[in-house]
Design a protein around this ligand. Structure first.
Ligand code: TRP
Length: 349
């Protein structure tokens, strides 16, 4: 986690930017991305996906990156990468990402983006790379030796954000150090070679992090995440087998009753209600009633998205075209930026 001071500074910047955005959306470019490691779930959706669609609909030019090179920062295989990427494409389109306003693309299809890595790496020190708290956490979780790519991926993320001169990056707390690193790289590049890049702002969400169904961090590997792509039946089954506790009366108490409280938070976020109010309503009816309530809340909320997803899946030709067009557009933009970088660095022959 970033230290308190820098968090407060980032939050202040984020709030000021949200306020300014509504009047001048055309001044901004949003970039955000996801690693294609599995299905997108409710945590992604409420945490970063919904804010992206909101920015798009406000009139901000948007880029969404399927960060395929980031998959191999901490694993030794690219198995399933294509099906994961296609599945994410379906999720994006189903949740309202509009290809006319938002460019969806992959790392591996945009060489000029990746080439920014060379000048950018020269702008950071080994000590800075080794200090990144998110990289440290990911290294511990991976159980692997530190690869060069894991160590330097925050710099690669700066390439993602800056190739399109992104000014807005809607992120969760874990990504804050990376956006800070990007600001620093932009600043140093501009100082050394002349102004090419904006210093992007991390847009923090006010929505508290949605825990997984058992109260732990939501993660596919814990089996506590509701994927957008699940059927209503699969959703019901997952909620049914989630762990609660033996106390009959339902109360919202995340500290002492993580399972029950996570279920309440899940229903609350879908219905835009207060979890305490739902708890009170269920009261002595117990966890079976709570689970039925949550299942209905989630399935009702996701029904239109899932119906659109189903329909889109019938037309994969169209869906893959969206990615090809996104890649073509990202290439044009990246080539232009790289040309400016060569120019600024005097590498024009
Ligand atoms: N690291 C991000 C994640 O795991 C994904 C990502 C890649 C990203 N490039 C980005 C996010 C650029 C924001 C900006 O969620």
């Amino acid at each position: 986690m970033p230290n308190e001071g820098s968090y407060q500074e980032a939050k202040r910047r984020s709030d000021a930017t949200w306020a300014e955005l509504a009047t001048h959306p055309e001044k901004h470019v949003m970039l955000s991305g996801d690693r294609p490691t599995g299905a997108l779930h409710l945590g992604h959706y409420f945490g970063t996906e919904a804010p992206r669609v909101k920015l798009q609909n406000l009139g901000v030019k948007c880029y969404i990156l399927i960060a395929d090179y980031q998959v191999i920062t901490d694993r030794d295989t690219t198995e399933h990468i294509r099906e994961n990427a296609y599945s994410m494409l379906l999720d994006y389109l189903a949740m309202g990402v509009d290809p006319a306003r938002t460019t969806i693309f992959t790392h591996s299809a945009v060489p000029a983006l990746n080439q920014l890595m060379l000048p950018f790496l020269s702008l950071v020190t080994e000590a800075e790379l080794l200090r990144n708290p998110t990289v440290k956490t990911e290294l511990e979780a991976s159980g692997h030796a530190l690869t060069g790519l894991l160590l330097t991926y925050p710099v690669h993320q700066a390439c993602d954000i800056l190739f399109c001169k992104g000014t807005l990056v809607p992120v969760g707390m874990d990504q804050l150090p990376h956006v800070e690193q990007t600001r620093q790289i932009a600043h140093r590049f501009n100082k050394r070679y002349g102004k090419v890049f904006p210093e992007p702002v991390a847009l923090l969400s006010d929505v508290p992090l949605l825990p997984g169904l058992d109260g732990r961090k939501m993660s596919k590997s814990y089996g506590n995440a509701i994927a957008l792509s699940m059927t209503a039946e699969e959703t019901a089954k997952l909620i049914k087998k989630s762990r609660t506790d033996s106390e009959r009366t339902i109360t919202f108490d995340p500290e002492n009753r993580p399972g029950v409280s996570a279920l309440l938070s899940t229903a609350a976020i879908c219905e835009e209600r207060d979890p305490r109010e739902i708890a009170q309503e269920i009261g002595d009816a117990g966890s079976a009633a709570l689970k039925a309530y949550v299942t209905n809340a989630v399935n009702t909320y996701l029904a239109p998205l899932r119906a659109r997803r189903e329909e889109l899946a019938q037309d994969m030709g169209y869906v893959i075209d969206v990615l090809h067009e996104g890649n073509a557009h990202a290439n044009a933009v990246a080539n232009e930026t790289l040309a400016q970088v060569r120019e600024a660095m005097g590498m024009v022959y």
